[in-house]
Design a protein around this ligand. Structure first.
Ligand SMILES: Nc1ncnc2c1ncn2[C@@H]1O[C@H](COP(=O)(O)OP(=O)(O)OP(=O)(O)O)[C@@H](O)[C@H]1O
Ligand SMILES: [Mg+2]
Length: 509
């Protein structure tokens, strides 16, 4: 398995998000647990403590009331009530004592206990005295001290309640603080998780989309016939493997294309000799070298002559394309008059045009200096363009040829696509217009590719192999020029081609 593969990246990305979430959950659980403990201590200790404290005061007041009533009435029922409240008081005090861990509060309870004992002893002394002296009202000797003790006792209990209430308020404050802090920390963790998630999603999507776009562009290159295009494989993941497979596919395609070209070139080459022999034999038969021929035989021999000529031209085109693709096309560049070449080509093809009642209009206007070119190849270009014009123009149409010098800036196609000869100052532009069937805009680029023909249903098109314009384009590009078409369906076509003309060291005839 490849290192740093896609699935690993996805796994680590999601794992990181899960870890963030888990960290947040653990933190929140920990905090909630702490809050639970605080709540628990409030519910179990503080609130019951305060309640008991308050009841302790009630109990004490009840005792004081009963003790007084007893002293006045000497009724034992009050003494019983006093004893009952005394037991309750002691139980509650014991409860408070047991529920504390706090030393300060412990001391206060001890103090309460002592004061209560003091109060009890004062009460019992008073009762004994009352029994002995028959006094029916509270004795003034003890009254003062008992009152003082009772004040101290209620003061001590109230202090206990107050301390516990303060603690309770503190705990509630802490509770609130923890709540706020937990919310803040949770928000920060969520923010980090969201940020990380977004960054992860962005970079991960980008790391997939970018190579896919490169792959898509490369596929378009291959589809346009650029079989040398390769992808730079930089990653070792699944997409990198896909890129390597793509490159392998391109290499195989290139090999197969080469095999096909070699095969076509080989077959074409081997067909050429027998075809020449057939043509010559046909000519000899037509010239009656082998004896007289009938009218019907002459017609048939003329048909075979035409067809072998077509076949020869087709084979020549195939061989030209093979040579061009193998980089074996040889040029013989010379300074020549382009006007002279055009005149010759137009004259040669005129008889074919006239047979279709098509008028070729070529008028030489002024002298154009000689251009560096291969005469034969440029003648081949003109023959191809003119024969196309005748082929796709109906009877009675017109073909016009014009030549003029144009500034390099007015030939944008050339500079946009090739940008090679930046020393070129101007070009010779040859334009061949016809009044034929025209070419739809979407085919303006593709017709210059091999075997590309516009489907012209019912208009006599599609005759030929579709190699002519491809060869023409190669020849013109090899001259440093460019070729393009201006046309619309049904509105005729104008093919323009340019040849570099004035360099910085322009030569004039
Ligand atoms: N002057 C034109 N008017 C209309 N269509 C044209 C013209 N020239 C070329 N085309 C279109 O461009 C296609 C390609 O032309 P190209 O010369 O490459 O092939 P071809 O003429 O069909 O065959 P070949 O030239 O190999 O015998 C033609 O089939 C035709 O559809
Ligand atoms: Mg053609």
């Amino acid at each position: 398995m490849a290192r740093n593969s896609l699935w690993k990246r996805i796994l680590f990305g999601y794992l990181a998000i899960v870890v963030f979430m888990m960290a947040m959950s653990v933190y929140l659980i920990f905090r909630l647990n702490y809050l639970n403990k605080v709540t628990d201590s409030i519910m179990r200790a503080d609130i019951p403590f305060i309640e008991n404290g308050e009841k302790l005061v009630d109990c004490l007041l009840e005792q004081v009331r009963n003790e007084k009533k007893y002293l006045v009435t000497n009724d034992n029922a009050f003494m019983d009530l006093f004893d009952q409240k005394k037991r309750e008081f002691l139980e509650r005090l014991k409860y408070l004592e047991e529920s504390l861990a706090d030393r300060e509060k412990g001391e206060k309870i001890q103090q309460t206990n002592d004061l209560y004992k003091k109060y009890l002893s004062l009460v019992s002394k008073e009762i004994i005295l009352a029994g002995r002296e028959g006094i029916v009202s509270p004795d003034a000797r003890y009254e003062e001290e008992k009152k003082k003790t009772l004040d101290q006792l209620t003061g001590s209990i109230n202090t206990l309640i107050l301390v516990t209430q303060t603690e309770l308020i503190k705990k509630i404050g802490l509770f609130q603080q923890i709540g706020y802090k937990s919310t803040r920390i949770s928000l920060v963790i969520i923010l980090f998780a969201v940020l990380f998630g977004l960054l992860f999603a962005y970079f991960f999507t980008r790391s997939i989309c970018l190579p896919i776009k490169i792959l898509k562009d490369a596929t378009e290159h291959i589809a346009q016939g650029d079989l040398d295009h390769r992808i730079e494989v930089t990653s070792g993941d699944e997409i990198g493997t896909l890129g390597m497979a793509f490159n392998l596919m391109c290499t195989k395609l290139k090999e197969m294309d080469q095999m096909k070209t070699d095969f076509v070139s080989h077959v074409s080459h081997n067909l050429k000799t027998p075809l020449t022999v057939i043509r010559e034999a046909n000519d000899l038969l037509l010239k009656k070298v082998a004896g007289p021929i009938s009218e019907a035989q002459r017609k048939l021999l003329n048909i075979t002559k035409e067809e072998t000529l077509r076949l020869t031209m087709m084979i020549n085109d195939l061989l030209d394309i093979s040579r061009i693709e193998a980089g074996l096309m040889r040029y013989n560049f010379q300074y020549s008059s382009i006007q002279e070449i055009i005149r010759k080509s137009a004259d040669e093809i005129r008889f074919l045009a006239e047979s279709k009642h098509i008028h070729i209009q070529w008028s030489k206007r002024g002298d154009i200096p000689k251009v560096l070119l291969d005469r034969e190849k440029i003648a081949q270009v003109l023959d191809n363009l003119l024969s196309n014009a005748i082929k796709f123009t109906s009877s009675g149409g017109r073909i016009a040829i014009t030549v003029n010098e144009v500034d390099s800036k007015t030939v944008p196609q050339f500079f946009a696509e090739h940008n090679r000869l930046n020393t070129v100052r101007s070009f010779v532009r040859v334009s061949i217009s016809d009044t034929g069937i025209g070419i739809p805009v979407e085919c303006h680029k593709t017709i210059f590719d091999k075997f590309q023909q516009v489907s012209n249903k019912g208009k006599g098109g599609m005759k030929g192999t579709g190699l002519g314009l491809s060869i023409v384009k190669h020849i013109i590009l090899d001259h440093g020029g460019d070729i393009w078409v201006e046309s619309a369906r049904g509105e005729g076509s104008t093919f323009h081609f340019t040849l570099p003309f004035r360099y910085d060291y322009a030569l004039f005839s």
